[in-house]
Ligand binder design. Structure first.
Ligand code: FES
Length: 132
């Protein structure tokens, strides 16, 4: 980004019209959403199976955890950026299953209708298979 900004300035681009965005991943990792919920021995918890079809990896994901955070907790790095359902970086095709997805505009209804989900804001409501 720095190189592009310098090239544009050298070429005489009106930098008043230059915009860029970046994400602070350190802040995201400190986010409350990333915390793994502590287990409560008195409450029986449902854990869903999330299978990544292409890699063959299987995750366990509680209904109060996003699929992206379950993958992170398992040490997997899936494509993502904002972790807020805004950019669509984690968009993936759901082969089977159901999720509760509360996104921030990073996916279009027609994509949802075609079976796409955003992993960062989708919580499983059944066992799920993802095309990843
Ligand atoms: S990581 Fe940004 S939409 Fe999922």
């Amino acid at each position: 980004m720095e190189a592009v900004r310098m090239m544009l300035a050298e070429l005489g681009y009106d930098m008043a019209h230059y915009h860029q965005e970046s994400f602070n991943f350190a802040a995201l990792e400190e986010d409350d959403d990333f915390e793994i919920p502590e287990s409560d021995e008195t409450v029986e918890r449902t854990v869903f199976r999330v299978e990544l079809a292409k890699s063959g990896q299987v995750l366990e994901c509680g209904p109060d955890m996003t699929i992206l955070n379950a993958a992170r907790a398992a040490g997997l790095r899936l494509p993502s950026s904002c972790a807020r359902g805004l950019r669509g970086s984690c968009k993936s095709r759901m082969v089977s299953g159901t999720v509760d997805m509360k996104h921030g505009g990073g996916i279009r209804q027609r994509e949802v209708d075609q079976g796409q989900i955003l992993l960062c804001c989708s919580r499983p409501t059944s066992d799920v298979v993802i095309d990843r």
